[in-house]
Each structure stands twice: as C-alpha cells, then as structure tokens.
Design a protein around this ligand. Sequence first.
Ligand code: TRP
Length: 341
Amino acid sequence: MENQAVQTTEKKKETVFSAIQPSGAITLGNYLGAIRNWVRMQESGDYHCIYALADLHTITVRQEPAQFRKNVIDMYASILACGVDVEKAPFFIQSHNPNHAVMAWILDCYTQFGELSRMTQFKDKSAKHADNINAGLFTYPSLMAGDILLYQADKVPVGADQKQHIELTRDIANRFNSIYGNVFKIPEGFIPKDGARVMSLQNPLNKMSKSDENVNGYVLLTDPDNVIMKKFKRAVTDSEAKVRYAEGKEGINNLMSIYSAVTGLSFEQIEHDFDGKGYGDFKTAVGEAVIAEIAPIRKRYEEYLKDKKYLEECYRKSDEFAIRYSSRTVEKAMKKIGFVK
Ligand code: TRP
C-alpha cells in the first residue's frame, strides 16, 4: 500500500532537463545564473532532474583536441563540486549517448531552413566565426531540441539567450506530434527567478563571460581567494558613492545582485546596511561573501580532479541511464516515421 502511494507521487514529478556546454572553468555568472539552480531543483525533491554536459554542441566551433578533452573533465568535476549529485540527478556526457546524434538528424528533417535562419544565436555566432560557418552551427537548435525531447522533459531551465531555442523546440515537437500523434512531451522553458544575471565587473553592460578580454571582468569558481577579492576591488562603479539600486548605476546594481544572490539579503536591506558607507567597504563585503560561497566548491573541485576514477564512475552510471531512458523516445519516433525495425 505504502509503496504504491510512493509510486504514484513519484509518477507525478515533472521532469527537468538542462545542459551546459563544457567550456572549462565555470564563471560566477554560470554558477549563480544556472548551476546553483540545478542543485536547488535537485535538492527540492520536487522534480526528476536530468542534466548533461553538451559536448556535441561544442564542436560547432573548432576545438583543440587536448584542450577540449580537459575542458570536459574540468567542467564535469566543477559541476559535481557545485553540488550536482548523480545519485539524485543523473549528469551525463551528451556524446556518450548516441541517441542525441540520431534524434538530431531526425529533427533536422522536421525543421525548416527559414526557422533556423531566424535564430539570433546563429546570426551572432556566424558573425563571430565568419571563417567557419558550418552546417552544425546552423542546425545546432535541432540538436538541442533533441536533447530536451528525448527525455520527455516538462521543464527546461535556461538563460534568456536560449529562449528562442526553446520556442523552436516546442514548434518542432508540435509539428512532429501533429503528424504522428503524441510522441513528444511539449516542454516549457523557464528562466529561474532567483537565477541572478551576473554582468561583467569591468563592463557591467555585458554579461559576465570568460571570453571577456579583460580577466578582471569575470570571476571563475577556480580563482584563489586573493584573486577574487582583487577582482571585486577593481570592479567598475560610479561617482555617486552611494550603495543603491538605480538606473545608470549598472556597476553597483551588478554588485548588489551578486551580493543579494550569495547572502539572500534584499536590495532594501543591502541599501540600509551600507547607508553612509563607501564603495570600498561594499566591494570588500561582496568579495568576502563570494569567497565564502565558492571557496568550498573550489576545494571539492580540486579533490574530484584528483579522483578521475570516481568522476568516470559518475558519468558512466549517468550515461547508462540516459541511453536507456532516451531509447524509448527514439524507438517510438522511428517506428512512427516508418523505419523498418
Ligand atoms: N545550448 C545551450 C547553451 O549553450 C546548452 C544546451 C544544449 C542546452 N542542449 C540543451 C540547454 C538542452 C538546455 C536544454 O547554453
């Protein structure tokens, strides 16, 4: 009896799917904007969470092989260090599950050239990599659609820059379903409310990014404490010398968002606490709060990196789960299309 009750509540849990590209080290922006939220959803117990390292997506831009391999392992270890726990939420490597490539091809045939041409990320990336506008860069959104649809995901937490891809995923899924019946669950994208949008410390109009040419613009989870503090002390602010959230104070607004995200304090509370204090004090407080949050992650990361066998155990187990789980969707889709079994 009791067991049955457990099973029915289990069944009702929504599936959450998300993935991130392995770019090596994680920035404070990736952490506060995405990964911390992955961990919260996993820990809430309200969802069935499935996470992936989207390495197939990464080769749309040319990679140096040894560096690429290292980036994948570093990123895998970092995300475990942030608190993703494969016992609660499988975290697999996309290229280890061949169903992704199969599904991407199938969905390519149900995605229109015009739709892909309208993707702003494609336009941005092809401007940035004008010497290598390959077909993969163009069809990237149908690979991503496959990632999500393979797991019949209900919810997909993403950054604002991925919203258009989620909309396209829904269009592709609806199109497929309208031809063949209910094959895919129609997923919903959502931009987590408490996921802070972290901006560059040097140019707070831009998103914090590792591709910033100024290293002081971003904080990495692997930065030593003194480097983190130095970067916050150098953060661009304004000349008003008053800690308050307002238009035109993008540097301070960003520091306040970061501080609020790591301490849980509201903007009002922060304004109150720093009333009459200078930016120097505030920057030090932000630096200290960030260090308190990420120093333990860095320590765990260094431990995981030394234990490659453990990392491998984690992804092998997750890969197996992912292959098994997604095979049902691929088989169903292929049968509906009319492939001979
Ligand atoms: N394209 C996403 C990014 O670059 C990463 C990604 C790949 C993803 N597949 C996904 C995100 C599926 C959500 C769901 O950020």
